[in-house]
Design a protein around this ligand. Structure first.
Ligand code: 5AD
Ligand code: SF4
Length: 471
């Protein structure tokens, strides 16, 4: 029996796949799980589309530009169909466009949204038999996508999806239509995965979800804050991050967890989208500027450390007046974000904002975006400069021999590039080292290994006890 299975597996292992991912971290992690499912089906992952029997595109439809990318890619690689290769479009564009994708790109065999990934093994069998397959009807499911194997590609950070889908229906956003209903995994399964990640030697975990703080344990009672704290206490884990939080459900107990569990990182990403309460109401965000600022005050009041705060902003939402936009600009002054991701509003299919009047002309959106980014650059300069002279703990992510620099990241999620004494070996990727910050740029810090702090260069601190944030 075992022999047959092994023989079967080795035969199937001839099949290869290549997966390209567009969009957010959630999508990147979905791809790691999809790849895991394919490996369990006997496929082998390859690094180039040309070498694969099956080419998958895991797509994003959050903005029009992201959506168009996959159609360009499909056109570019159409010629490979002649070699017998099969194509699959999965993720948000797949769910949004459904079978229309077959019309636009007839060489595609499989179209599946993220709520249908559980059915991938059956869908693969169908396409292997030369049929077309679709997985598009599972958006109402209450089940999550659990995989026996996840083909993790990030060598330093283990991602864990704790909640899938979104029930928020913000007026501009396509996600509730593409990712389906909100559904949480059990805390038991999340914690088991966290322990497996720690056992595999990774020391950093990032909890993922469209709205992580809407998390509800389907069988136990764990709130998001309790789950976060538990993950932070898993032996071997030194850094825990989470994204994305919705301000409406950002409750004080999350800050209490951060105050009491030192492995929870010094960073909160809290998308605000606009500084104007009128625009927030039109966006159906369910909080006002004042309520958002109240959450910021909680974060600023963290007991032991300074927490970096980043956000997402949309400019040019329908009806956004000059005065509304000024409110967004003054919010930047008031909060002093450590970083922002800013976007021009992009009309999306199915969303309520699509039918709204008073669309903002493209040139005006472009001008507002430029003004916003310019202001944020001014704010970030002193924000990053404040770190000069500090010793920050960096997790080593890579080595640039040409620049003679090691790339790392602080607990606040700021890139920290640093040098090491000549002749000493570079510290191991994934290790934690103290860096004396000597220079600051608007988006990164630079410095040198702080050897006199008692840490030998090149020596991994990964096993050393202690929190990620305080050195
Ligand atoms: N247009 C522009 N930006 C959008 N986002 C979501 N939907 C849209 C849209 N229709 C942005 C929001 C969100 C981030 C992931 O993408 O800022 O937080
Ligand atoms: Fe991620 Fe949203 Fe893009 Fe889907 S549409 S891939 S959920 S960012």
């Amino acid at each position: 029996m075992a022999l047959t299975r092994i023989a079967g597996l080795s035969l199937q292992a001839q099949k290869t796949f290549f997966i390209e991912t567009f969009g957010c971290q959630m999508n990147f992690h979905d791809s790691e799980k999809v790849a895991g499912s394919l490996v369990l089906q006997g496929y082998r992952q390859v690094e180039a589309a040309e070498d694969a029997d099956l080419i998958l595109y895991n797509t994003c439809s959050i903005r029009d530009k992201a959506e168009q990318k996959v159609f360009h890619r499909l056109a570019d690689f159409k010629r490979l169909q002649k070699e017998g290769k099969k194509f699959a479009v999965i993720g948000c564009v797949a769910q949004q466009e459904g079978e229309r994708i077959f019309e636009r790109a007839p060489h595609v065999s499989l179209v599946a949204g993220s709520s249908s990934y559980r059915s991938l093994p059956q869908l693969l069998v169908q396409i292997e038999q030369g049929e077309r397959a679709t997985g598009l009807n599972d958006r109402e499911t209450s089940q999550t996508f659990e995989t026996e194997f996840t083909a993790r590609t990030n060598p330093h950070r283990g991602y864990i999806t704790i909640i899938e889908g979104c029930d928020k229906f913000c007026a501009y956003c396509v996600v509730p239509y593409t990712r389906g209903r909100e559904r949480s995994r059990t805390s038991q399964s999340v914690l088991e995965e966290a322990r497996r990640i720690a056992d595999s030697g990774l020391t950093e975990i990032q909890l993922l979800g469209q709205n992580v703080n809407s998390y509800r344990d389907p069988i136990g009672r764990a709130s998001f804050a309790e789950l976060l704290a538990e993950v932070g206490r898993v032996p071997g884990i030194r850094r825990v991050r989470f994204t994305t939080s919705h301000p409406r459900h950002f409750t004080r107990d999350i800050m209490e967890a951060i105050d009491t569990v030192p492995t929870l990182c010094d960073h909160v990403h809290l998308p605000v989208q606009s500084g104007s309460s009128q625009v927030l109401q039109a966006m159906q965000r369910e909080y006002t500027r004042e309520q958002y600022l109240e959450r910021i005050a909680w974060i600023r009041a963290a007991r032991h450390r300074s927490i970096a705060i980043t956000t997402d902003m949309i400019v040019g939402f329908p009806g956004e007046t000059e005065a509304d936009f000024r409110q967004t600009m003054t919010l930047l002054d008031e909060v002093q974000f450590d970083g922002i991701f800013s976007f021009k509003y992009s009309p999306r299919p199915n969303t309520p904002a699509l039918a709204m009047e008073n669309a903002i002309p493209e040139e005006e959106k472009t001008a507002r975006l430029a003004a916003l980014n310019e202001k944020q650059r001014e704010i970030q300069r002193p924000n990053y400069a404040r770190h000069v002279g500090e010793i920050v703990e960096a997790m080593v992510e890579g080595y640039h021999p040409a620049r003679g620099q090691i790339a790392g990241r602080s607990s606040q999620n700021k890139p920290v590039n640093f040098t090491i004494p000549e002749g000493s070996p570079p510290p191991a990727p994934g290790s934690y080292v103290p860096v004396r910050v000597t220079r600051a740029f608007p988006n990164s810090l630079a410095g040198e290994l702080a050897t006199e702090s008692g840490v030998e260069p090149g020596k991994s601190l990964a096993e050393a006890p202690g929190p990620c944030s305080r050195i």
